[in-house]
Write a protein that binds this ligand. Structure first.
Ligand SMILES: NC(=O)c1ccc[n+]([C@@H]2O[C@H](COP(=O)([O-])OP(=O)(O)OC[C@H]3O[C@@H](n4cnc5c(N)ncnc54)[C@H](OP(=O)(O)O)[C@@H]3O)[C@@H](O)[C@H]2O)c1
Length: 321
């Protein structure tokens, strides 16, 4: 499989990365440690070399700690990305982009990850109380100290991307993107392409919806974090299921699971460098990783694009996680 270069950095990554939020068990239900550890191992064994986590994935860094437990021996074979600038206060996420906070969160992430360097360190989200230049300067300082190899930013406007990049050149930007949520194609993706910044996108499977396994009659568990999103209820849900029916028909014709069709479309999309797919069971990441090993034809992509156009976009604000 061909590796992709992250921005102008020397980091080479697989086009699919493993998103390590679901294994923290905060919004996903029925998560257990044995499955989570096995899912990380399965991702690596299936060829994925890029792991995405954050200081706040788990109330006490469980996601970072589990990655270290499974992949410490293989550290030099993987690219590790984590994020700082969001932490938990009494069960609620709080942003803090102050330099001293980023410095101490980075130090803690290094300890949890049991490594001497983080390959890609993102500001998880801009802090409205702190000028972005200060947060960018702090990540630049972490690079100078050798704790971090390259800088990233997530959940920002195009203006903030440019201001961050002017202080500390970005290697990657991390927004949400999937077949039905493509707002970044208007200005952020062209900005990334123009400035040589990798687009590493989250929610390619729209939190599992686009894996196609949730049937139209699915009733969400009261603890399932997806219940709060409009796309999982009412008219939006019905329209999403109509769209999925088209992908399900293609799935039968191609002999490929819907998830692989969706992920392959995503990593073939112009300007997209990596799609981060979350999983909490080994069989899910195994199914997803296989999407790197084949390609949709141009005709199949055109058919999918027509179905996307018929569905129309979902306009929704990303929930940072
Ligand atoms: N920067 C940010 O603010 C931010 C925000 C969100 C995410 N992220 C990153 O992006 C990653 C991806 O986002 P995400 O994990 O929220 O969403 P996602 O990748 O769109 O969906 C993940 C969920 O889809 C389901 N799934 C995955 N593969 C499947 C398969 N083959 N068959 C059936 N179901 C499958 C699983 O949920 P069920 O089994 O419960 O159905 C899984 O937990 C995160 O893990 C994180 O690393 C970053």
């Amino acid at each position: 499989m061909t590796l992709r270069t992250l921005g102008r950095a020397s980091l080479k990554v697989t086009p699919l990365g493993m998103g390590c939020w679901p294994i923290s068990g905060i919004t996903s239900i029925d998560v257990n440690e044995a499955d989570s550890l096995a899912t990380i191992r399965e991702a690596f064994d299936a060829g994925i070399n890029f792991f995405d986590t954050a200081f706040c994935y788990g109330f006490d860094g469980e996601s970072e700690r589990m990655i270290a437990r499974v992949l410490r021996q293989d550290r030099d074979k993987i690219v590790l990305a984590t994020k700082g600038g969001i932490h938990w206060i009494e069960g609620k996420q709080a942003r803090c982009g102050r330099p001293e906070t980023l410095q101490s969160e980075c130090d803690e992430s290094l300890r949890r990850l049991q490594t001497d360097r983080i390959d890609l360190y993102y500001l998880h989200a801009p802090d409205p109380e702190v000028p972005i230049e200060e947060s960018a300067g702090a990540i630049g300082e972490l690079i100078r100290q050798g704790k971090v190899l390259s800088a990233g930013l997530s959940n920002a406007s195009t203006e903030l991307l440019a201001r961050f990049h002017a202080v500390c050149p970005l290697t990657a930007y991390q927004p949400h993107f999937n077949m039905l949520q493509r707002e970044i194609e208007d200005s952020q993706l062209p900005w990334c392409v123009e400035h040589g910044v990798a687009a590493v996108v989250y929610w390619p499977l729209m939190k599992g919806l686009l894996a196609g396994h949730l049937p139209r009659e699915h009733v969400f568990n009261a603890k399932d974090g997806r219940r709060k999103y409009p796309m999982f209820s009412g008219d939006e849900w019905q329209r999403n299921q109509d769209f999925l029916d088209e992908l399900r028909a293609m799935s039968i014709e191609l002999g490929r699971p819907v998830s692989q069709i969706v992920l392959n479309w995503t990593i073939q999309r112009a300007g997209i460098t990596v799609a981060l797919c979350g999983a909490k069971r080994p069989h899910q990441i195994r199914e997803n990783a296989e999407a790197m090993n084949w390609s949709l034809t141009l005709g199949e992509i055109a058919r999918i694009n027509a179905a996307i156009a018929a569905r129309g976009p979902i306009v929704s604000k990303a929930a940072v996680s």
